[in-house]
Ligand binder design. Structure first.
Ligand SMILES: Nc1ncnc2c1ncn2[C@@H]1O[C@H](COP(=O)(O)OP(=O)(O)OP(=O)(O)O)[C@@H](O)[C@H]1O
Length: 252
């Protein structure tokens, strides 16, 4: 069974189809990267499969229509990390990460020892524990991103969707993010990330390429067909080569 399967005829906003003719399969216990040029529809697709954007079509989460999931159960199953999230700037970093635990406890109940442990583990994993008492609004872009990543990890959901999680992260923290994703996948979780960093997307298990509101290719990042599709979309100047056994993409 897929972690998620979506058939979306269209997402229409203000009389314009932002994405259309989508048939997306997210494999279980794998890391899927979604790539494509600016405006290709990646964020719209991610929001639609998370149930955050109305669409014409169907989304099956673990074989069950998304709309049939009770909201709290769905929030435990599907964790979300959006792009440039605002609204929690006055909360401490620790309280922001604690929000990820809300689906795990009854309405208005205090956090349990398990909630505190999950928050601490997630913040230590993203190296954000040191500034747990600081307000989110006082953190740098990269520090903030690591707190939001910790919030998504603290949900301990089988499926995590992340929109540009590497924005603002320096190369060592990008590498740490990849190690975190790998650890989650090894533990049986599924991860989907929209990425602009093609060299990192090529390390994923499965790559989905979008252009002009459609999925134009889906396959293994190691396949020649995937490399050809990337060159068709990003232009022939994109050079894809192997360095020390890893695929990299460079505009040359
Ligand atoms: N609420 C909206 N109303 C109108 N147009 C929108 C809306 N949201 C997105 N769009 C448009 O839909 C298209 C796809 O946007 P989307 O954010 O999904 O692209 P993207 O691939 O994630 O882009 P980027 O790489 O630049 O983040 C763009 O042309 C964008 O301007």
């Amino acid at each position: 069974m897929s972690a998620l399967h979506a058939r979306i005829d269209r997402v229409r906003v203000d009389g314009r189809d932002l994405i259309h003719d989508i048939d997306l399969d997210i494999p279980q216990s794998r890391w899927t990267a979604i790539v494509g040029p600016n405006g290709a529809g990646k964020s719209t697709l991610l929001r639609a499969i998370a149930g955050l954007q109305r669409c014409d079509g169907s989304v099956q989460l673990a074989g069950r229509p998304l709309a049939d999931w009770p909201s709290r159960e769905r929030a435990r199953h599907l964790a979300w990390m959006g792009q440039q999230e605002t609204g929690a700037d006055d909360l401490t970093a620790q309280d922001v990460v604690q929000l990820g635990r809300l689906p795990h406890r009854p309405w208005l109940a205090a956090p349990t020892a398990a909630d505190h442990a999950a928050v601490q583990a997630a913040m230590q994993a993203t190296q954000s524990w040191a500034w747990r008492e600081r307000r989110l609004g006082s953190l740098s872009g990269g520090e903030r991103q690591r707190v939001l990543l910790a919030r998504a990890l603290a949900v301990e959901a089988p499926l995590t969707l992340m929109d540009e999680p590497l924005a603002h992260l320096d190369p060592p923290h990008q590498a740490e993010w990849m190690a975190l994703v790998r650890a989650r996948v090894a533990a049986g979780h599924s991860v989907v990330s929209v990425l602009h960093e093609l060299h990192l997307a090529l390390q994923a298990d499965h790559l989905v390429l979008m252009a002009d509101g459609r999925i134009v290719h889906a396959g293994s990042p190691a396949d020649a067909a995937t490399h050809e599709a990337l060159k068709r979309v990003f232009g022939p100047s994109l050079h894809i080569a192997q360095i020390e056994g890893r695929w990299v993409a460079l505009p040359l």
